[in-house]
Design a protein around this ligand. Structure first.
Ligand code: NDP
Length: 340
């Protein structure tokens, strides 16, 4: 089988040279084991946070506090994946079962069944369980409804809005009767959000000289809920426009994951006090116990044709590192996936 190892910790933006594709012979199956061939892998921005030697080595990482550990060098890399059971000596899994695992970045592996989850029977495409019907969708749902306490009629600002999490958040907020303002990095993305997903106003931040002014124009009633995926200037501008008792859902800080120095801002946190704002971070995997509720609702929206999603599919395990790097250049619309 083939698997990627991280061979050095990136300085700033990762490069393909930080990764090596290694070949390994898989052992014959023992009783209680099964062989899985992966079909789909997930690459995610948060993985950059694991590409550090220690939590202290990177000022903006997301590791620590029991959340997730750094990747070890020269070891198989972990990540979300969906594969098919090819051989089984395990009583709970049969040949042909499709399983979700966290052993991504490889084309096949032997497992004792721990950490494997059989995909539910559904009409949804297999790979959607790594995106809209998986952690990305759950993140949008938990963040907006459970952390943000979203109420009908409110104005929501969503950054990285055409990505896997962002595009689901936009639609969930619209389904909740909210006004949605979004920021994205290209005109094509603006068009998709405004014309297909019903976003009220999308702003191409790469084409905007003054993001604060553009957001002020777009958010004429202020912002009640900020679903923050980016941090830095985006967050600073959002704080200035928050309404009293607004909620800032700290989902991600994409603009800082490759940064070598601690983030400078926002420098207007005083407004959290005088506007009685609440800012709350969250880890979506803490909401797995609510996944059955999410997937039931998602299936209902899908059956009524009220929700859609895109995927950017890159073919070939060997292209996983570049696809991962491309996330930081906005080359994906919707979930970035590797098809093996
Ligand atoms: P996306 O599918 O959104 O991919 C990343 C997108 O982010 C790119 O397409 C790009 O689009 C945008 N982007 C990249 N760099 C920057 C930048 N410097 N400034 C602004 N936008 C940028 O990834 P995900 O949906 O998987 O993740 C979105 C966010 O959600 C991340 O911050 C991630 O860490 C967070 N997350 C948090 C979880 C949690 O449990 N809290 C769980 C899962 C994800 P564009 O063209 O618009 O720039």
């Amino acid at each position: 089988s083939q698997e990627f190892h991280l061979t050095s910790y990136p300085q700033g933006k990762p490069s393909p040279n930080n990764f090596r594709l290694c070949t390994k012979e898989l052992p014959p199956l023992k009783q209680g084991q099964l062989l899985i061939e992966n079909q789909w892998l997930s690459v995610d921005p948060y993985m950059r946070s694991r590409m550090v030697k220690t939590a202290a080595a990177s000022p903006n990482n997301l590791i620590g506090a029991g959340a997730i550990a750094p990747f070890s060098l020269n070891q198989p890399m972990e990540g979300g994946a969906i594969g098919k059971v090819i051989e089984s000596q395990h009583t709970d899994f049969q040949v042909g079962d499709l399983v979700n695992s966290f052993h991504g970045w490889r084309n096949a592996f032997v497992s004792d069944g721990r950490g494997l989850h059989r995909l539910p029977e559904s009409n949804l495409p297999t790979q959607s369980y790594l995106g809209a019907a998986g952690l990305s969708g759950l993140t949008a749902w938990a963040g907006l409804y459970w952390i943000g306490g979203l109420r009908e009629g409110e104005t929501v600002l969503i950054s990285a809005a055409s990505g896997a999490v962002g595009s689901m958040a936009c639609q969930l907020a619209k389904l909740h009767g909210c006004t949605v303002i979004a920021t994205v990095g290209s005109d094509d993305k603006v068009q998709w959000l405004e014309q297909e997903l019903g976003v009220d106003k999308a702003i191409n931040y790469k084409d905007t000289i003054n993001l604060g002014a553009a957001l002020t124009d777009a958010c004429e009633n202020g912002i009640d809920v900020c679903f923050e995926n980016v941090g830095g200037d985006h967050l600073q501008a959002a704080i200035n426009l928050m309404n009293r008792h607004g909620r800032i859902v700290l989902c991600g800080l994409l603009s800082q994951y490759n940064s070598e120095t601690p983030a400078a801002g926002p420098n207007n946190l005083n407004q959290l006090i005088n506007k009685s704002l609440r800012m709350e971070g969250f880890v979506a995997s803490d909401f797995w116990h609510m996944y059955p509720q999410y997937i039931t609702e998602l299936n209902q929206w899908k059956a009524r044709d009220e929700i859609q999603w895109q995927e950017t599919i890159v073919e070939g395990l060997e292209n996983a590192p570049q696809a991962f790097i491309d996330l930081f250049d906005g080359k994906n619309i919707g979930k970035m996936l590797i098809k093996i």
